[in-house]
Ligand binder design. Structure first.
Ligand code: ADP
Length: 369
């Protein structure tokens, strides 16, 4: 087990800097997920921890030792890749023990170690099988076994689930989480899938164009996104973000289509006239009025049935708005204007220019309303 310290780390390819001075502390035994869209630098960061990419500036330490100049095999990290990269012609035992064979460990020692790892992963009954004779979940465990055999201090996962179909992904996600609970090894997992990230992470690191935008538990990031970028990336569907301007009284936002929405009581963190993005999660909107709720009008376009609720897509002026309604409402006349309700406490505000969150407080969680 190990802690990882990433200090002011930069990475350039030629003249282009793709990681811009990242700081991150990962605790012993923690499961950290690095989340961001394609090209934001997450794999580069992971590969720098593994030693597969040079660090242009800054330093990375594993268990207090700076590893910048250390060969990958001396860093105590094991990578689990997207395609598992199992050898199809080798048995499970051969795949798991391959690294020890390469190191020249005697067969008897190797077999004992393979058996130990296979037992811990409940793979003992499959040791003589080839990867093609295993289920997806078993293959994932073989890939883990192959990574575990050298007793790494750190597991590094580079989008290991992204090529799987949806059902298998969910199963694998649980499998990885269970393994982590058992092994307790420090793990860094890279993905562009926010649901995968939310469900796996002890802590989430949201990256944006080579920078870290926010680090926090999944709940912190969902409840108090630090920027409009994070708000728009987390949640399915993500937060509605509408252009607005703080009214002269400082307590309201005037939206682009002229409607006015009040801010939470006591709100004095934005200046009158300030351009903002007004954020409200689809699940914080409802067609049913409750005490204290504010009404806004929207035009409905279409709906998606989710079984446990419905997503209503519509417009507020020129901007799109999604409502996640859980109540069983009567069929809605599409193309018509309806009222939608929200509690002022569920509003998020971001500066229109910088994208930064205005005000530090969390809005009331949707479930507590
Ligand atoms: P992510 O994992 O978030 O999709 P990457 O870390 O793979 O992003 O890439 C970050 C940026 O660095 C991208 O713009 C990518 O094109 C660039 N990049 C990655 N690897 C190389 C390379 N070997 N040479 C030049 N540019 C690269």
């Amino acid at each position: 087990m190990a802690q990882i310290d990433i200090r002011a780390v930069r990475k350039s390819y030629g003249q282009t800097e793709v990681v811009h001075g990242v700081d991150l502390h990962i605790q012993d035994g923690e499961f950290v997920v690095i989340l961001g869209p394609s090209g934001c630098g997450k794999s580069t960061l992971l590969r720098m921890i593994a030693g597969l990419e040079n660090i242009t500036d800054g330093e990375i330490a594993i268990d207090g030792t700076v590893v910048n100049e250390l060969e990958p095999r001396h860093r105590g990290c094991a990578m689990v890749f997207q395609n598992y990269a199992l050898y199809p012609h080798m048995t499970v035992a051969g795949n798991i023990g391959y690294a020890l064979k390469v190191e020249g460990l005697p067969k008897a020692d190797r077999d004992a170690r393979v058996l130990e790892v296979a037992r811990s992963l409940e793979l003992e009954p499959f040791l003589d099988r080839k990867p093609g004779q295993l289920s997806g979940g078993q293959r994932q465990r073989v890939a883990m076994g192959r990574a575990m055999i050298r007793e790494p201090k750190v597991f590094l996962f580079d989008e290991p689930l992204s090529i799987l179909d949806a059902k298998l992904r969910v199963a694998m996600r649980l499998e990885i989480r269970r393994l982590h609970q058992r092994l307790d090894a420090t793990s860094v997992f890279v993905t562009h899938d926010q649901i995968e990230a939310m469900t796996l992470a002890d802590r989430l690191v949201v990256m944006n164009q080579g920078n870290i935008d926010q680090v926090g538990t999944p709940t912190e990031i969902y409840d108090v996104p630090a920027s409009a970028y994070v708000a728009g990336f987390i949640g399915a569907p993500p937060m509605n973000l509408l252009a607005g301007e703080i009214a002269q009284d400082g307590g309201h936002v005037v939206l682009a289509d002229g409607q006015t929405a009040p801010l939470p009581a006591g709100w004095r963190r934005a200046e009158p006239g300030q351009k903002v993005q007004f954020g409200v999660r689809p699940e914080a909107l409802s067609f049913v009025p409750v005490a204290g709720a504010v009404a806004l009008t929207m035009v409905l376009d279409f709906q998606e049935e989710l079984g446990m609720g419905r997503l209503f897509h519509g417009r507020m002026g020129a901007e799109e708005l999604i409502v996640h309604a859980t109540e069983k409402t009567a069929p809605v006349p599409f193309g018509e204007t309806v009222q939608v309700y929200l509690m002022p406490e569920t509003v998020h505000l971001f500066d229109a220019q910088t994208g930064h969150r205005l005000g530090a407080e969390a809005p009331i969680p949707v479930a507590a309303q």
